[in-house]
Design a protein around this ligand. Sequence first.
Ligand code: DGL
Length: 271
Amino acid sequence: MNNAPIGVFDSGVGGLTCVKELTKLLPHEDIVYLGDTARVPYGTRSKETIARYTAQDMEFLRGHDVKMILVACGTASSVIMSSPEFSGKTEPVYSGVVIPAAHAACAATKNGKIGVIATGATIRSGSYGKVIRSIDPSAKVVGKACPMFVPLVENGYVGLDCPPTRFFAEEYLECMKREQVDTLILGCTHYPHLADVISDIMGEGVKLISSSAELARYAVKTLTFADELAEREETGSQKLYCTDSAELFAENVERFLGESFAGTVEKCDLY
Ligand code: DGL
């Protein structure tokens, strides 16, 4: 048993998709979330810059005595995997979205053709492809960077019939349809907010894998196996931090976590 909070971070609102899933699966856990809203997006930046931001995000969560860090950002997860400064044993343990999502995709595909949509930095890193091929060397992986998706989500353009979102989604997903992928990884944690429009374009036969939801499921398994789940009767607390305006972030939180959100939102400084 461990009643310390679970730490979760992302560059912005994307990681809330992981928080949403986590609170469904583990309602008694306390959660500390960090959205680095002053520096979003990460996905258009260099590997060195993303690594520096990621290290600061993790340090912030360590300062809150979390028992586990969930890197609910595909971009940060991908950079961590290829940056030696993050390797080795760490306290507390951390996990990114890439490995859980790659495993889920390999289990789901029937024709062996897996699509990955993510930020430019994630696609350039080749992180998902490397893990997928290590699980199934015969899998065909089609990657596509979707740089307009993050700003669309951060600004609330997430509706099924939202014209700019539909325009970019059709453009980005064209290659996935052409290559006939039957499984599509939403490799950036902002993208589950666009699942309706993506699914509408790809059609019912294509299975969408939410990297956020897979990370949340992975956290459940890890904490259960290590006997580190919280033991309390009441619902866990949610403390959300952002690095830009708390008022602006709170609006997004309500939109994405629902009006039932009963946690706190506070601005913090990382640097
Ligand atoms: N949600 C993030 C990801 O999963 C970050 C997007 C960004 O900041 O560019 O990649």
